[in-house]
Design a protein around this ligand. Structure first.
Ligand SMILES: Cc1cc2nc3c(=O)[nH]c(=O)nc-3n(C[C@H](O)[C@H](O)[C@H](O)COP(=O)(O)OP(=O)(O)OC[C@H]3O[C@@H](n4cnc5c(N)ncnc54)[C@H](O)[C@@H]3O)c2cc1C
Length: 340
């Protein structure tokens, strides 16, 4: 390969539909898509974009994104889901941003840590989990983070910087990373001290998982992979904790993995005090269809891609919900999904 091959030529796939990088299964063909496996390759792509006057969009597993039906041809779409690395040390783990959040629960289970149970079957990668401050019940990603490492893409050096979790302005589905063009590349997690043998075992898990080559953006694939992993761990003497069994029950009862979706479409309005899903239910909107999209009959805050829906179909149903809630309850719900 020529020394002059640019990072974009070397690392980008051409004309791949973004639908294959989104749990919604929606999104037209992107001119350039990249899945860098190292921070060096990620930085090289950013530098090349700057040199060529291209813009970029960085994301993870695509489980909270509505990609456009016709992507901008001058944008490089960069998924970090192959940026997976774990360095376990005494009292601290460095976990890179492409690592699935669900993996943290399995690593915790193997290391006798129940603090990560809530991440089980939470779709998405750690980097986006930090950006979104993803949560399940009363536990949020910020609860388990010590320090975040990021690239400030507005700085000319594009060097990796760090920020303590206490300064990340974490709140309900909010973080400082939503205010700046800062791309999370990894984080230190505070972990109890382990034996050397446990540390070796935990360090071996990510490469093992990588070797099986599973970076799914399809929800049924995601579900069966992690269910299989937890069963395999049970077979090795790590029984599945009650909290994780409850998660399986909850998410399967709400049919989270049966149809392509991006989970909850709107953030709850805690000032109003009633979940958006219940308001949609009160408005009798569950089951409303448009094009290939439907408001989930099982969960009023989910819009499903039931039959080749387009981004326009999803946005239409979002507007239906926003207008109806505004008319009846006097506020416009804030989207949780990121519309690109
Ligand atoms: C079935 C289902 C159930 C869900 N349940 C929950 C739930 O219980 N709780 C919850 O909180 N969420 C839930 N979600 C939403 C989703 O799991 C989270 O929002 C998750 O954090 C998204 O991760 P991702 O890697 O898919 O992010 P993406 O969808 O790829 O990206 C989301 C946003 O993060 C930004 N981003 C991605 N990576 C980085 C990075 N490294 N640095 C900076 N910005 C970045 C992107 O630019 C984008 O704006 C659910 C989704 C689905 C499909």
């Amino acid at each position: 390969m020529s020394l002059h091959t640019s990072a974009i030529e070397r690392l980008c796939l051409r004309d791949i539909p973004l639908s294959s990088y989104s749990t919604y299964g929606i999104g037209g063909a992107a001119s350039y898509t990249a899945l860098p496996e190292t921070v060096e390759d990620l930085t090289a792509i950013y530098q090349d974009c700057l040199a060529k006057g291209l813009s970029w969009y960085t994301f993870g597993m695509g489980s909270n994104i509505l990609f456009p039906d016709q992507p901008d041809p001058d944008t490089v779409f960069i998924s970090l889901k192959k940026l997976t690395q774990l360095n376990a040390d005494q009292g601290k783990w460095f976990v890179s941003s492409g690592t699935p959040m669900s993996m943290l629960s399995l690593l915790g289970l193997s290391g006798g840590i129940d603090d990560h149970d809530f991440t089980f079957l939470l779709p998405g990668c750690l980097g986006a989990g930090i950006y979104m401050n993803a949560k399940y019940n009363h536990r949020q990603i910020c609860d388990i983070i010590d320090t975040v490492y990021y690239i400030d893409t507005a700085s000319s050096s594009l060097s990796v910087q760090s920020i303590p979790a206490a300064e990340c302005e974490f709140a309900y589905k909010k973080s400082i990373f939503q205010k700046h063009p800062w791309m999370v590349v990894g984080a230190d997690l505070n972990i109890p001290v382990h034996s050397e043998e446990q540390i070796r075992y935990i360090n071996s898990l990510i490469p093992e998982w990588k070797a099986r080559g599973s970076h799914p953006s399809s929800l049924p694939h995601f579900f069966s992979f992690f269910l299989g992993e937890v069963h395999a761990l049970a077979g090795k003497g790590f029984p599945t904790p009650e909290a994780m069994l409850d998660i399986i029950k909850y998410r399967t009862s709400k049919k989270h993995f049966d149809y392509p979706s991006c989970g909850s479409v709107f953030k709850n309005n805690y000032d109003f005090g009633v979940p958006i899903g219940s308001l949609v239910d009160q408005l009798n909107l569950k089951g409303t269809e448009h094009g290939g999209a439907i408001i989930s009959p099982h969960h009023g805050n989910m819009i499903l891609n039931q039959n080749h829906a387009t981004a326009a179909d999803i946005r239409y149903l979002m507007d239906v919900i926003m207008e109806a809630i505004d008319r009846k309850f006097g506020f416009v719900p804030e989207p949780e999904i990121v519309i690109v």
